[in-house]
Design a protein around this ligand. Structure first.
Ligand code: NAD
Length: 489
């Protein structure tokens, strides 16, 4: 084990355009704040639409000509695998920056998010030269085949909950396949994306292949969706924002993929291992402070084990006290902002008002008198029509509901507009698979929760979006198919 004290790397706070950090054309800056202390970490350059135009022009040029366009897929792949090694070796440093910007425990950012981001880069780096076209033995007088070609300039718009990891799910496959990327990180958490631009350059990425333009979503994000020079938008964020991007992208018939919100059901049947299910339920809702698109925010419990399970869950929730995110022992950090804490508090009030029973938490909290912390909160006796059972809270608030049988469990599970993830806890393999098939969700976990692999696709059903990140499905998102007819006569 290293005995060196962890360091905070030199922050990068300018736009990243054509391989260089530069101020925005207006000189404007915005503050990014540490939600655990309320202190401003840095003033970050705010892109204007002229800066976006410049980013897109540079990305276009890099895509069409120059070193990036001329590289063999395997060379591109090597840059990404080198970047993966660099990121892994700096996981602690990057993790500290992520934790300062987002409020998540350092345990999560340094030990889970950064290694996962590096693994994603390595996975796609290794995939760069493994994409095949088809040939068709359809005719004696011609050879018919398909080529998979990059889409072009990809606009990536990312949220604040897993700032670098969510970006990586887009950047890694897009670059691996020869696209160029213009990234707009969420304004509250831009720092690791900027640091990553520097790391990619160190790994050998040529100028223009990756551009970063922090700025307001309603201005820069919207301009990206409308931009005629951007060929595809890959968006992760709220469902309502996704809808507005879809409308804005229609003008240029842009390709889009959408990773949106969730209200995922976590179903516990009477025959489940209740200790494991209780632990899983806690991980499902309190990992990432509940600011997780796939959070298991609805715990559905079969009547006969309801009390036994809820008791275990509440016991564990009460032990999840908010703590200093920089402390490696902390498991519940600060919410991303005061604004988000107000939103969460509003939902807790709605839960109480509509008759749900508060069993744990429910209050704002602070650590050493500071920070946007919130207690681990559990509501019982929630019904499917209550606000806290229908809307995405994006905070550490668990709504528990009861069901009588399998059919009712599935019906309640499917009763929201969302369909991102779900889980089933049972020892009966047929019941597990039957239920998994009936749940309308892009991911179903069985007897576990919140596990991810870069090879396993992730994405939504219903209003949780469309398109898939990771795995070979992600490779399809970032290529287009060209049919070639070769006359043999
Ligand atoms: P958000 O929709 O507010 O913002 C996401 C990004 O979109 C940010 O970069 C923001 O600046 C930008 N944006 C805002 N308005 C825009 C507009 N009009 N046009 C273009 N871009 C705009 O989401 P958030 O609050 O940052 O993140 C939380 C949401 O993200 C939750 O709903 C969560 O479920 C979702 N999410 C989904 C996934 C998934 O994989 N499905 C993963 C993580 C987060």
């Amino acid at each position: 084990m290293s005995t060196e004290a962890p360091t905070t790397p030199k922050l990068r706070t300018d736009l990243f355009l054509d391989g260089k950090f530069v101020p925005s054309s207006s000189g404007k800056r915005f503050a990014t704040v540490n939600p655990a202390t309320g202190e401003t970490i840095a003033q970050v350059a705010e892109a204007e639409t002229e800066d976006l135009d410049r980013a897109v022009a540079g990305a276009r040029q890099a895509f069409e000509s120059g070193p990036w366009a001329a590289m063999k897929p395997r060379q591109r792949g090597r840059i990404l695998t080198r970047a993966a090694e660099l990121l892994l070796s700096r996981a602690e440093d990057f993790g500290r920056v992520e934790t300062m910007d987002n409020g998540k425990p350092i345990f999560e950012s340094a030990k889970i998010d950064m290694p996962a981001a590096a693994e994603c880069l390595a996975y796609f780096g290794e995939s760069a030269d493994k994409l095949y076209g088809d040939t068709f033995p359809a005719r004696p007088d011609a050879m018919l085949l398909t080529l998979r070609e990059p889409v072009g300039v990809v606009g990536a718009i990312t949220p604040w909950n897993f700032p670098l990891l969510q970006a990586m799910w887009k950047i890694a496959p897009a670059l691996a396949l020869g696209n160029t990327v213009v990234l707009k990180p969420a304004s509250v958490t831009p720092l690791t994306s900027l640091l990553f631009a520097e790391l990619l350059t160190e790994a050998g990425l040529p100028p223009g292949a990756f551009q970063v333009v922090p700025g307001p979503g309603a201005v820069i994000g919207r301009a990206m969706a409308e931009h005629p020079g951007i060929d595809k938008i890959s968006f992760t964020g709220e469902t309502e924002t996704g809808k507005s991007i879809l409308r804005a992208a229609a003008g240029t018939v842009k390709r889009v993929s959408m990773e949106l919100g969730g209200k995922s059901p976590n179903l516990v049947f009477a025959d489940a291992d209740l200790d494991a299910a209780a632990k899983g339920a806690i991980n499902a809702i309190f990992y990432g402070k509940g600011e997780l698109c796939s959070a298991g925010s609805r715990l559905l419990v079969e009547d006969s084990v309801h009390d036994a399970l809820i008791e275990r869950v509440v016991d564990r929730a009460k032990k999840m006290t908010p703590g200093d995110p920089m402390n490696p022992k902390t498991r519940l950090g600060a919410l991303v902002s005061e604004k988000q804490r107000d939103t969460v508090a509003g939902y807790v009030e709605a839960g109480k008002r509509e008759g749900a029973r508060l069993l744990a938490g429910g209050n704002r909290a602070s650590v050493e008198g500071k920070g946007a912390f919130f207690e681990a909160t559990v509501f019982d006796e929630v019904t499917p029509s209550m606000t806290i059972a229908r809307e995405e809270i994006f905070g550490p608030v668990l709504a528990t509901l009861r069901f009588r049988d399998e059919a009712e469990a599935v019906a309640i599970g499917n009763s929201t507009i969302y369909g991102l993830a779900a889980a089933v806890w049972t020892r009966d393999v047929k019941k597990a698979l039957r239920t998994a098939k009936q749940l309308k969700a892009g991911t179903v976990w069985i007897n576990t929760y919140n596990f991810y692999d870069p090879g396993l696709p992730f994405g939504g059903y219903k209003e949780s979006g469309f398109g898939r990140e990771r795995g070979r499905y992600a490779l399809e998102e970032y290529t287009q198919v060209k049919s070639v007819w070769i006359d043999l006569t």
